[in-house]
Design a binder for this molecule. Structure first.
Ligand SMILES: [Fe+2]
Ligand SMILES: [Fe+2]
Length: 169
């Protein structure tokens, strides 16, 4: 795990460690999210949120803790073929913050801002009530977009590669 943490600074890790080393939190390593895991995604969202929160002199500790736990729902989101994908995605968007906050309260002591960050990060499904929650919402959306576009690029590259290999055969 230490190798994975090299890209984060000491202050961030000092605040994050009690959460990320928790056995329940470690379970997120096997839950997929775009091209990685929910574990990696949550750490990246928390780190970006922390950097923004520092810049705007916000509550950095609550930002890191809340952002780390924003997707602490601990289940695999499966798109079932027989179901309406849009309706299922909406349901997931609405439900997973509620489950995440419930899980987070079970294992960690949360303050009001941390609960706000987790509960309302899916804006416009929820409405952030603090600057810290807005920061995490924005960081989450921008990183999700990057993760998704990276996957699209990889797929396009793979298709092009296969096409060229086929042509040269
Ligand atoms: Fe989420
Ligand atoms: Fe997220």
């Amino acid at each position: 795990m230490e190798k994975l943490l090299l890209k984060y600074d000491d202050y961030f890790l000092a605040v994050a460690r009690p959460i990320i080393e928790h056995d329940e939190y470690q379970k997120m390593k096997v839950i997929p999210h775009h091209h990685g895991s929910v574990f990696e995604h949550s750490l990246d969202v928390a780190y970006l949120s922390y950097k923004i929160a520092m810049k705007f002199r916000l509550d950095v500790i609550s930002t890191i803790r809340g952002a780390l736990l924003h997707d602490f729902y601990l289940y695999k989101f499966k798109k079932r073929e027989d179901k309406n994908l849009l309706a299922e995605s909406y349901r997931h968007s609405r439900n997973h913050p509620k489950i995440a906050v419930k899980n987070a309260q079970k294992y960690f002591e949360l303050n009001k801002k941390e609960r706000d960050i987790i509960s309302n990060h899916m804006f416009p499904v929820g409405l952030p009530r603090s600057y810290e929650a807005w920061v995490t919402t924005i960081a989450d959306k921008s990183l999700a977009l990057t993760e998704y576009t990276t996957r699209v690029y990889c797929f396009a590259y793979l298709k092009l590669y296969l096409h060229l290999v086929q042509k040269s055969a």
